[in-house]
Ligand binder design. Sequence first.
Ligand SMILES: O=C(O)CCC(=O)C(=O)O
Ligand SMILES: [Fe+2]
Length: 467
Amino acid sequence: SPCDDRYAAWVTDREAFQRKDEPRHLSGLHIVCVWKEAGRLRLEAHMNGVLEKDPLRSDLDEALSLDWGQFRNSLQGALRFTKATYEWGNFHLKQPYGIFAETGRRLRSGTEVLDAGLVLVVEGGQWFWPPVRIGYVRQLPGTPYMLETVSVQPVLFRVRGFLREEECRVIIDMAAPNMSDSDVVQTEKHYRENDTDLRTSTQARLHSSVNPLLQELDLRISNLTRVDVAHNEEVQVLRYRSKEFYAAHTDNFDPKYYENTDFIDKGHRNRLLTVFWYLTNVSKGGETLFPRADGLPPPKDMRSCERGLKVRPEVGAVILWYSLRPNGNGDPNGLHAACPVEDGEKWSANYWVWNKPRDLLISLPDADVDEEYHGEQPVTSNHVSATFRNEHPFPVYLFWKPPHQAREAFMGEISPQAAVSAQTFPLHTWHIRMGADPSSELVAVQEIADQPEQVFVLSSGSGPDEL
Ligand SMILES: O=C(O)CCC(=O)C(=O)O
Ligand SMILES: [Fe+2]
């Protein structure tokens, strides 16, 4: 197929799946080549993320590419996947599956799919980086960051130097005065009396609504995860002093234990992934432990640090692991713990990204058009690049205002005749002001359109025009 030399970066080695007790593949992530041939749309699919000797082949009527809903339904039919999910129904709450280009950009029309040629179909609806194999290094498109695969089960990456040391220090200083005892989310089924058996660290939530650095990190991280910032939880900073630890747990919520909890939506709303920040080095201990990596069985003692994959804290590094499989179900391999700090102090942070937007007022289903779409506004968007060029004779100041929030984030100064580019999202609003303070005079307001590359010229006259 025309995609033959592109598959290598997307399929994961079958041998990289070490567990004997689960399928040796990535459930729900399909690598699909689509091209036109003799008036038909030809499809070749490597299902569940592994290279197959005999990939699934099918073809569709070319006219189907004109209607997105029909195209999605017939693609799903051709790939023969169903809305697999947890077993207690409420299928209407499940997200529509997603179709993405190799950059992680969500595709929204048959033409975009044909232009992309190779696409990733993710049943759970959100972008998911395939691990390929342990040690695989992928440059994050459009950035200097390198994603290094540390484990395949769970799917775990490390990005060194993702945070600058000064940024780590600023975050620690912001959190330090507000630390309180860490707790553990209690389930509906059994109440644990003593959290300190499980977790002894202290923690503080930091709110990006009042902080430009955190807002910049929101964008940097959503560029890393390729999941909209609307899916983020406020960052939770952690401090471990000597001997402090956190016993093994998963960050996602097992829907069996949260059947009646609104924010879990019968299991269809959940933490998808964790971006874990290391804000300091730790001279001894304090590793993040994945006891089920390397095909290991469930640990008998959740507080033991003897067996499993250990990631050493390293200032400025982050690790990213998926708590859910690409099909949206929980992945028990995501079990992890914080080993006791043995020497020094560990500062780190949890940045949790959900599979759906965090704003509970947003009606669901929330993205794209498929058979579950009932006319609500889609809210999951994807990154676009916006360039602002200043043709005023004076400097102007750029502020970003995300939807559903009153906040406004200072994003930089633009000198006369200079231009600044930013990653942003369709329907987000940018304010251009006379000063670096959000109360300074407004020069222009620009709403971002749904196009991958946009240029806005800021000049006197009738306000900014889109080129
Ligand atoms: O501190 C660590 O290395 C992990 C902490 C953790 O898993 C959590 O706070 O949920
Ligand atoms: Fe955790």
